[in-house]
Design a protein around this ligand. Structure first.
Ligand code: NAD
Ligand code: DAU
Length: 339
């Protein structure tokens, strides 16, 4: 079995590579990554010398390069994690989100079809469903919820999902799609809420909470997401969408307070800043389908996962300090200086 994993030098893709190495040591894994600002080869250091792992630096939107790689590697399965993934950056500059998330997906679908891959899995997001109101805790996203996107990021991810469905229906391609809620855990790029708040807390810097911090996200430990994708690849039905989430809704402000408490820092570090444009209020996944059909349930409780994650950032300071001391500083200035 040869599995081609795109975006494997990013947060979830790298965790998926580590997960698959353990769960299926007999698989050959090929990772394609463009190494954008979010991709980091240091993350993959522990597998780089593994004879059953192969890294290729390439852009999924580069058709001739993808054709060459697929002709040479002949993968059985493709799992597409590669994406521009940060909502705030999509508000600043939507174009690259369409190039990678939409056109890149289309290129991967075309070459997967040409070389007859047995399964193409698209890693999508709960953001394609838009958001839910805070005063309707009875509402959840199911796989039947209409797509209703808010940001250029979510619009690009929804477009990619529609292309996947079209390739399944039109060409009979063996496609599955997963839509997961917010992930947290090791190797998450420090522009995202949890690692950003951990890094700022450790530096005694202000913690920029958007709006009033009342927005709700449904948090899942990254390894549970990886296990769910592995199950979908093994037992999922082609042409199907599977939602992934662990019924763990939290307000942003409460997450920030948990981090402050764990690191024994004062709440006076919290700074309320101008809200994100078009900010989605609440995400909440109904994971009934993946539980009933495939038997998936999350293994990590948030109370444990967040402590493990904070511990990881404490133990791996050089990994994220290298990032925040580089080009990322310009991004931070641009995004937060006059907010
Ligand atoms: P990330 O930004 O940490 O990593 C993305 C990776 O893709 C990076 O290594 C980057 O170099 C690579 N990449 C970007 N453009 C590329 C291109 N054109 N060609 C090849 N590689 C390219 O993102 P993440 O948080 O790990 O998210 C991975 C996937 O999971 C994305 O598709 C995202 O939409 C989806 N997702 C993320 C979450 C979350 O909470 N982070 C939740 C649900 C779904
Ligand atoms: O739901 C899945 C999605 O989760 C993924 O598809 C995206 O790739 C991933 O980035 C994530 O999107 P969010 O926008 O929910 O994540 P982010 O970490 O950027 O923000 C989480 C919440 O915290 C959101 O309500 C905005 C808020 N926030 C974020 C940052 C970076 C702040 O209040 N302050 C901040 O500085």
């Amino acid at each position: 079995m040869k599995m081609l994993i795109t975006g494997g030098a990013g947060f979830i893709g790298s965790n998926f590579i580590f997960y698959m190495r353990k769960a299926h040591p007999d698989y050959d894994l090929v990772c394609i990554d463009k190494l954008t600002y979010a991709g980091n080869l240091e993350t993959l250091a522990s597998v780089m010398d593994d004879p059953k792992f192969h890294f290729i630096r390439a852009d999924i939107a580069d058709r001739s390069e993808m054709d060459r790689i697929f002709a040479e590697e002949k993968p059985d399965v493709v799992v597409n994690f590669a994406a521009e993934s940060h909502v705030d950056r999509s508000i600043e500059n939507p174009a690259v989100f369409l190039e990678t998330n939409v056109m890149g997906t289309q290129v991967l679908l075309d070459v997967s079809r040409k070389y007859g891959v047995a399964r193409y899995h698209q890693v999508s997001t709960d953001e394609v469903y838009g958001d839910l109101p805070l005063d309707r805790p009875d509402l959840f996203f199911t796989e039947e919820t209409p797509l209703h996107t808010s940001s250029p990021y979510s619009a690009s991810k929804a477009s990619a999902d529609l292309l996947c469905n079209a390739y399944h229906r039109t060409y009979g391609m063996p496609i599955t799609i997963s839509r997961c809620s917010n992930n947290y855990g090791p190797y998450q790029f420090p522009e995202k809420l949890i690692p950003l708040m951990i890094a700022n807390t450790l530096a005694d810097k202000p913690l920029p909470v958007y709006g009033e911090g009342l927005n709700v996200r449904d948090w899942l430990y990254v390894e549970d997401h990886c296990a769910a994708i592995d199950l979908i690849l093994e037992k999922g039905r082609v042409g199907q969408v599977y939602n992934i989430g662990g019924h763990n809704e939290m307000r942003n402000i409460d997450i920030v307070k948990i981090i402050l408490k764990a690191l024994d820092k004062p709440e006076s570090l919290i700074t309320y800043v101008t809200d994100r444009k078009g900010h989605d209020m609440r995400y909440a996944i109904d994971p009934t389908k993946i539980h009933r059909e495939l038997g998936w349930l999350p293994a990590t409780k948030f109370a444990d996962g967040i402590q493990k994650t904070i511990r990881w950032y404490l133990d791996n300071r050089s990994w994220w300090e290298n990032i925040i001391n580089g080009e990322y500083q310009n991004y931070y200035e641009r995004m937060y200086a006059n907010r």
